[in-house]
Design a protein around this ligand. Structure first.
Ligand code: AMP
Ligand code: MG
Length: 637
């Protein structure tokens, strides 16, 4: 296996660019392209594929990366190169990851090869480039370049543990590993460009290369820190999916208790289904060879086979057996004549015309549905009524299923009142807990309703810790948006490894996702927005697939197409989920109209709807009559 095929490249482009005036360094114009494009050019030939870690301007990086992924930090708030390394290792599909920073466009083209040689020779977890430099007195010293390293993907748990301590320094993490250092002679090859002056200096001192077919960023328009670009829905879903793993505990239940549960192991059929060759019709079983080639033939009935009461005797030439649907085929017979196809039936004789049926017709063969030893239902299937029947048809009365997920949920906000309370001035009744209860119960979770929690640090901390101790997952609503005048975000960030995303979607822009720790226990956190429609939409888009994955089940949602009965306004650059009513148009084609005002607080729009109209990220306004994609509520269990 070639070295190249074992290595994934990771460009670290997630820095703040502080010394460049907080511009996005990687996207700065450089020699006819961008800095990051030059890094990509040097890295790509050394590795199987390249990913880019970026925290801002994701669409520009994506345009550069083509089919390669752009990975935003999993940790919040420009946590530094280790955060980039973390997401890189999480993604890394190969054994090794080679990192290079977006602002060093001169590194050696044999970097991977030399680092790998040292790593193998020293049996190290990682190898790092080192150069010799001189201090201001001319004294030599070794300069490590931790951002140029080749690292085993298997070190991810160690990195997670290191980051869990709150530490963020690359050197600190590398101290926990076995490191091979590789001395490179050419220190200039590892130099990076930190300031706009340096950038201009390099531009002046080298001829512009022919511009690559890459979009150069408009430096003037680069967004500042604190205003990171919104994360596309699909990207957030992918980041969640990559972290979540199924809970492994299972239990064995009597079949009747297993409805809606997720199968822990394949159901293997212990028998052939059907178990015996049997008749598909009420009629006459006979030997196909006795059927007339022309004219008619008359058969004598020698007995009757009922379902459950076989007839054991083999008919002779021009004899037949009266047979009922489901009855075993008598020995020697291979054909059933449906009674309505007989030319005449007179007492115990049956007359059959040529070509009334073919030999071999109307038989269900043993094992035709399922053979003994075959997989009747694959693991991961959520058992539906048909599955219950199928399992019963195999004679299986006990099934192994995944244990139910325990999901704790609470609402946050001082303005929330519970049912039965007086509605004070400026307050609202807490509705989110009721939609969450419904959605979680439908998913088959064991729910732990923790009520309303005030915007109070101690109360929030106690609730989150308590939830992490009892549950596999925690769902909260409210308090995660940037402007939220409460402590929810701060407390979540302190108690765990939580990322706060601003999503390119509507409704439901803010989302917190991560892990909350309580001593030895931990639980996945989904911090949903506060607005009632946003809660439901973000639950369906992010929490639902993650919970199903934890349950070990499948989560693909069936979507259907319908004609828009009216024009729909849509801004490209974000995914919109509008509430719709699907009906059948006068020409029989399914059509959808929206349920009036679509504000993210208007729960009635959700209640009246029977579907969600999904308007994709790049989609623009929809004209009346165009087809749009729908998710049916009936499918959203
Ligand atoms: P927040 O994200 O906490 O600022 O909440 C956004 C909006 O959603 C505010 O108008 C809140 O009053 C409302 N909201 C938050 N939680 C709930 C809830 N549990 N039930 C109904 N409305 C809520
Ligand atoms: Mg709030």
């Amino acid at each position: 296996m070639s070295l190249k095929s074992k290595v994934t490249g990771l460009i670290l482009a997630g820095g703040r660019g502080t010394r460049m005036g907080r511009v996005d360094k990687g996207l700065q114009p450089f020699r006819g392209a961008t800095l990051v494009a030059h890094v990509l050019d040097r890295l790509a030939p050394q590795v199987a594929s390249v990913a880019i870690n970026a925290t801002r301007n994701l669409p520009q990086y994506q345009a550069l990366a083509g089919a390669s992924p752009v990975l935003p930090d999993y940790l919040d708030g420009f946590a530094g190169p280790l955060a980039g390394l973390q997401i890189g290792l999480q993604f890394c599909p190969t054994e090794l990851l080679l990192t290079a920073p977006c602002d060093s466009p001169f590194f050696p083209l044999d970097l991977a090869r030399r680092l790998h040689a040292a790593m193998t020779e020293q049996d190290a977890d990682m190898a790092m480039a080192v150069t010799m430099e001189r201090d201001e007195h001319g004294a030599p010293y070794r300069q490590p370049h931790p951002v140029f390293s080749l690292i085993k993907a298997s070190t991810l748990p160690q990195l997670d543990a290191y980051l869990d301590t709150g530490a963020r320094r690359m050197e600190g993490f590398f101290n926990t590993l076995k490191v091979a250092e590789v001395l490179f002679d050419d220190s200039a090859a590892f130099s990076n460009i930190n300031t706009l002056e340096e950038l201009q200096h390099h531009e002046r001192n080298a001829p512009a290369q022919p511009p690559a077919a890459l979009p150069a960023a408009d430096a003037g328009a680069a967004p500042r820190d604190g205003d990171p670009p919104a994360l596309p829905v699909a990207e957030a879903q992918r980041l969640i999916r990559e972290r979540i793993v199924p809970v492994d505990a299972t239990e064995t239940l009597p079949l009747l208790a297993a409805l809606d549960r997720v199968l822990a192991a394949d159901i293997i059929s212990p028998i052939d289904v059907p178990a015996h060759d049997n008749s598909a019709m009420d009629g006459y079983a006979l030997r196909g060879a006795d059927l007339p080639g022309e004219g008619t033939a008359t058969f004598k009935t020698i007995g009757v086979a009922y379902a459950g009461h076989p007839f054991a005797q083999a008919p002779q030439a021009n004899e037949c057996v009266r047979i009922m649907t489901g009855a075993s085929i008598p020995p020697g017979c291979d054909t059933v004549l449906p009674q309505e196809l007989a030319t005449a039936i007179d007492g115990d004789t049956v007359t059959i015309a040529a070509h009334a049926i073919r030999a071999g017709a109307n038989l269900r063969r043993a094992g035709e549905d399922l053979q003994a030893g075959g997989v009747a239902i694959p693991a991961g299937k959520r058992l539906r009524p048909a599955d219950m029947g199928l399992i019963a048809s195999l004679g299986i009365g006990q099934v192994g299923v995944r244990r139910r997920l325990k999901v704790a949920f609470f609402s946050t906000g001082d303005e929330l009142r519970s049912l039965g309370d007086k509605l004070d001035e400026g307050c609202v009744y807490d509705s989110n807990r009721y939609t969450l209860f419904g959605m979680l119960t439908r998913l088959g979770c064991d729910v732990i309703d923790m009520g309303v929690v005030k915007d109070d640090p101690q109360a929030l901390e106690a609730a989150l810790r308590g939830a992490a101790r009892q549950a596999d997952a925690i769902i909260t609503s409210g308090g995660v948006s940037e402007g939220a005048a409460d402590y929810t975000r701060d407390i979540m960030a302190v108690l765990g490894d939580v990322a706060f995303w601003k999503l390119a979607m509507r409704p439901g822009r803010p989302l917190a996702f991560g892990k909350i720790q309580a001593g030895q226990d931990s639980a996945w956190l989904f911090g949903l927005p506060g607005n009632p429609v946003a809660v439901m939409v973000s639950f369906y888009m992010f929490a639902r697939p993650a919970l199903l994955r934890m349950m070990g089940g499948e989560s693909a949602l069936q979507t259907v197409q319908a004609r828009a009965a009216e024009a729909i306004r849509k801004r490209p650059g974000r995914t919109e989920y509008q509430r719709g009513i699907l009906s059948t148009g006068s020409d029989g084609v399914p059509q959808v109209r929206l349920t009036g005002a679509q504000g993210s607080g208007i729960l009635r729009s959700m209640s009246e709807a029977n579907c969600i109209v999904v308007l994709h990220h790049d989609q623009a306004n929809v004209a009346a009559g165009e087809m749009v994609e729908l998710m049916l509520f009936d499918g959203l269990v």
